[in-house]
Design a protein around this ligand. Structure first.
Ligand code: FAD
Length: 451
């Protein structure tokens, strides 16, 4: 087992702060992990499982990164996930196994979810529902087939043969801006296809962020919060990696860096020497998409007539029309969570919370009529991933022609003394907590076997 190190460990779980003091020890950690998101916490646990010492450095005052649950007063103090909320591909998602083993309550989304598809301001007819389902299955299957064969074009280009299908704009918005957090025009078809989520989706009533903090943080050993890393010297003559942080300088045998590609591209951490060209190119080939949420308390949920866990969306009539998806009454609660992504989300992040809320309310009125505006109580909860300097987006996507970039970014540098990990580095579960966990775990095993 690894030895303890200087400092204190703190993590926030479901709003309550837990603090523990680690035993003093002056030895340097063997492996430093930058970032206490899912990838960083998994990496630290894997390093420790190999009998090596680990230290996690985190810029924020909490763990979990993009998996973060709070209990906002505006929503009646029920758990709200600002970032990740579903355990996708549960069959191959290690977090789903960990949660089950810990006896956590998980619910199968497909079993509990209902759906309301709207055409204009009315519910779709059964025939329209069928047409949408058939168009979705046929178009998505054909686009997947094209991804397996042809060159790596954009998802929008692959959808072009279906431009006249009345459901194509809705499918493009769903697969692009909402699921991939980026519009179909900018998405690599192959990256979209290989990271498509087709398995079981599990929902976490107590919050996925709380689950990450509860289950992963205690396995990670020492976590130093409020400790942003500014500079990494990764080719020192003595073989050490030197990390300059806001709280001093650390020496280690290797570093695992799990910050988002948004932070890397913005120069949030400087590297000396500069990163090799293929790594820098991979970072820029994997820009951050943005998915934003605005959550409202639903007044008089019975009056709305909406069933529990109801996905609500409207047919798009053109590829340019922005999309909003509503998740009404999650777990039967009296709230509504709206989701919008891609260019629309970036524009609204710049325009500010009032503009974003006006946009979402206009969509709600377009579906349910002007009277329904009053169903949504004032005082909404907004996510802020686009402007959060430690994340700068929701999750990354590959540009067309750049589907190999995730694998390139994950390649170890300096014989394993510097390695990147996180959702951006996973091919198959890219953009998810499951991918972040696997990437962190695999990077740690590789590093621990080499240094
Ligand atoms: C709105 C939204 C909805 C999502 N929905 C889902 C979902 O339902 N299911 C799903 O599986 N995934 C979802 N995701 C994606 C998922 O949250 C991420 O893929 C995953 O959490 C990324 O984990 P990570 O460890 O790679 O990165 P992060 O969580 O970003 O962790 C990196 C950590 O590094 C820290 N850091 C940054 N800079 C520094 C620095 N200089 N020094 C030290 N630390 C630093 C950050 O503060 C952060 O804690 C969603 C994301 C968003 C934003």
């Amino acid at each position: 087992m690894p030895g303890p190190h200087n400092g204190w460990v703190a993590w926030q779980a479901g709003g309550k702060l837990a603090k523990a003091f680690a035993v003093m020890n002056t030895s340097a950690p063997e492996i430093v992990i930058v970032g206490a998101g899912v990838a960083g916490l998994a990496a630290a646990a894997a390093v420790r499982a190999q009998g090596r010492s680990a230290l996690v450095l985190e810029a924020k005052g909490r763990v979990g990164g993009r998996a973060w649950t709070t209990r906002p007063a505006e929503l009646g103090r029920v758990p709200f996930d600002h970032g990740a909320s579903w355990l996708h591909e549960a069959e191959q998602n290690p977090l789903a196994d960990l949660a089950k083993a810990a006896g956590r309550r998980l619910l199968d989304t497909e079993r509990m979810r209902s759906r309301r598809l709207f055409v204009g301001g009315r519910l779709a007819t059964p025939a329209e529902e069928d047409a949408y389902r058939q168009a979705y299955d046929a178009i998505v299957a054909s686009v997947h087939a094209r991804a397996a064969q042809g060159p790596d074009i954009s998802l929008a280009e692959a959808l072009r043969p279906y431009a006249d299908n009345p459901w194509a704009p809705t499918i493009a918005a769903w697969e692009g801006a909402i699921i991939a957090a980026a519009d179909a025009e900018v998405l690599s078809l192959k990256d979209w296809a290989v990271n498509s989520l087709e398995g079981q989706n599990l929902a976490v009533p107590d919050g996925l962020g709380a689950l990450v903090a509860d289950l992963l943080a205690p396995q990670a050993g020492e976590i130093r919060l409020n400790c942003p890393v500014r500079l990494i010297r990764w080719q020192e003559p003595n073989g050490a990696v030197v990390l300059e942080t806001a709280r001093g300088t650390l020496h280690a045998r290797a570093a695992i860096v799990t910050v988002s590609t948004g932070v890397l591209a913005a120069g949030g951490i400087a590297f000396r020497p500069e990163l090799p060209a293929p790594t820098q190119e991979a970072i820029h080939a994997l820009p951050m998409g943005l998915l934003s949420k605005i959550a409202f308390r639903l007044r008089e949920p019975e009056q709305s007539g909406l069933p529990a866990s109801c996905a609500i969306f409207r047919q798009r009539h053109s590829f340019a029309e922005p999309a909003v998806i509503f998740h009404a009454r999650p777990f039967g609660r009296d709230s509504v969570v709206s989701f919008f992504g891609g260019r629309t989300a970036w524009d609204l992040a710049k325009a500010g919370p009032q503009a974003a809320e006006d946009f979402v309310r206009a969509e709600w009125r377009a579906i349910f009529g002007a009277g329904a505006d009053g169903w949504l109580a004032p005082g909404a909860v907004h996510t802020e991933w686009g402007t959060d300097p430690e994340v700068l987006g929701a999750y990354c996507y590959a540009r067309p022609g750049q589907a190999e970039a995730r694998a390139r970014l994950a390649e170890p540098l300096a014989e394993g003394r510097l390695i990147f990990a996180g959702e951006a580095c996973h091919t198959g579960l890219g953009g998810t907590v499951g991918g972040a966990y696997l990437s962190g775990w695999e990077a740690a095993q590789l590093v621990a076997s080499r240094v």
